[in-house]
Design a binder for this molecule. Structure first.
Ligand SMILES: *Cc1c(COP(=O)(O)O)cnc(C)c1O
Length: 454
């Protein structure tokens, strides 16, 4: 075991291929259905939204897919990212556990999201796409895709959840710096947005609504525009596996192997990117690492949602997939400050949770921010509130080791920094946040609106 604090890989160690867990999935993939006919989607339908190269990745069962050289060149701006041994946190917790964290906050926009934004922009450019459309909540995804589109010479239209557009201007301005057009969703630019505004003029918007708008614009553009999604889909999760593939190498440098790996999960992309290479080792190489996906108690998709076929968006225009869902009609509670607000979960992550290969855990927001502050004071990095869910779970695991005396090796993904989320921290320090359990009645009601699949 080495005594270092951080484990750095040379640029030459940047992975040359992504890992596709479809090759090793212990359960067969569930069908993807057309939102109108509820029959299997055709490549034609998906082809309206995505370039063929990404559709082929979506359904591929090849274990490794080569990372194109122009994508690797852009990755080198910040990759390989560091793996830290959290020695100061271990001391602060007085735990015998060894805690490691992979830090994705060193990317230019401060999160893991460019790992897929860059290849998606690359493949679209290759396919002749001129403009991409997308949605964004607080702007992490929008800023990542804006940077990537700028690098590859694509135009970008971002539908940004209205409440965030007004309350969280900094990432919007980053998107504009990269040349993207940003609209407060619901907008009057789409049929769906106009209908919604007629009914609810002061709608704060939601991720599901913004997805519907971005999808509608691409689908009705006559081929000029394509759509890009920052999480949930198989190809997105696969692009993120550079995180876990690097971590495997870095853990080897440290001379340890994790007993526990942890990630926060909104749509599942950073969690999957970090943990799928370790799940590969569990499935194919006899490892027994405990894998934990952490979500907020106020948006408890995996822990209290239903594993069922549901629409990917609020307007029921996106494909129907089998996933853990709180219902596509889900509107996140206003009291919740920690992100991770999507109603569904990636089908791959959902299937692995259902199969018992991943433990899903929900954490309340006060404990989440408390963990974030403990981490910041020990390690000097202010985590993104989303990432703080993983931080909290890692702290809980380490504290449990103190009680049992076990010297477990715990590794988690610090998916981003929180420098643009300081209002959420301020709300926490001011005592304005409270814990909130998403009501069972709301879940039961939403389940009545799931599509009827024969
Ligand atoms: C977007 C985001 C998440 C949640 O998305 P996933 O697809 O679940 O990874 C988590 N952490 C950060 C920093 C993010 O920007």
């Amino acid at each position: 075991m080495s005594e270092s604090t951080k484990y750095l890989l040379d640029e030459s160690k940047l992975p040359k291929a992504w890992y596709n867990i479809n090759a090793d999935m212990p359960v067969p993939p569930q069908p993807v259905l057309h939102p109108g006919t509820k029959e299997l989607v055709t490549p034609d339908f998906l082809g309206v939204l995505f370039p063929m190269s990404l559709i082929l990745q979506e359904i591929s069962t090849e274990r490794y897919i080569e990372i194109p050289e122009p994508v690797r060149e852009v990755y080198k701006l910040w990759r390989p990212t560091p793996l830290f041994r959290a020695r100061r946190l271990e001391k602060a917790l007085d735990t015998p556990a060894h805690i490691y964290y992979k830090y994705e906050g060193v990317s230019p926009v401060g999160s893991h999201k460019p790992n897929t934004a860059v290849p998606q922009a690359f493949y679209n450019k290759e396919a002749g796409t001129k403009t991409l459309t997308t949605e964004t909540g607080a702007g992490q995804w929008g800023s990542a895709l804006a940077m990537a589109c700028n690098f590859f010479g694509l135009d970008l239209e971002v539908y940004m959840v209205k409440v965030s557009y007004h309350q969280k201007p900094y990432r919007r301005i980053i998107m504009q710096t990269f040349g993207a057009e940003v609209y407060a969703s619901p907008t009057d630019r789409t049929q769906y947005g106009r209908a919604l505004l007629a009914e609810t003029p002061d709608s704060p918007g939601s991720l599901g609504i913004a997805i519907s708008e971005a999808v509608e614009v691409a689908a009705t553009s006559g081929g000029a525009k394509k759509y890009s999604l920052g999480s949930v889909l198989n190809h997105v999760l696969m692009h993120q596996t550079v995180i876990g593939l690097e971590t495997l190498e870095q853990m080897a440098l440290a001379g340890e192997y994790p007993d526990v790996v942890i990630g926060c999960a909104g749509g599942g992309s950073n969690f999957a990117g970090f943990t799928f290479p370790f799940i590969r080792e569990n499935l194919t190489n006899g490892q027994k690492t405990h894998v934990i996906a952490v979500e907020p108690a106020s948006c408890p998709t995996m822990t209290r949602g239903t594993y069922a076929f549901d629409y990917g968006d609020t307007a029921a225009m996106a494909p129907i997939v089998k996933m853990h869902t709180l219902g596509h009609t889900f509107v996140p509670p206003g009291i919740h400050a920690g992100g991770l607000r999507y109603h569904g979960m990636s089908p791959q992550v959902s299937a692995l949770v259902a199969g018992g290969h991943i433990e899903a855990r929900a954490i309340h927001q006060l404990a989440t921010f408390e963990g974030a502050v403990t981490f910041a004071r020990a390690e000097g990095i202010v985590p993104a509130p989303e990432s703080a869910h993983a931080v909290r779970a890692a702290i809980d695991e380490a504290v449990a080791c103190k009680k049992t005396g076990e010297q477990k090796v715990i590794a988690f993904n610090l998916s981003g920094h929180g420098h643009f989320d300081m209002m959420a921290y301020q709300a926490y320090f001011n005592g304005d946040l409270e814990d909130y359990d998403y009501p069972a009645e709301a879940i039961a009601e939403a389940m009545r609106h799931l599509p009827d699949i024969g």
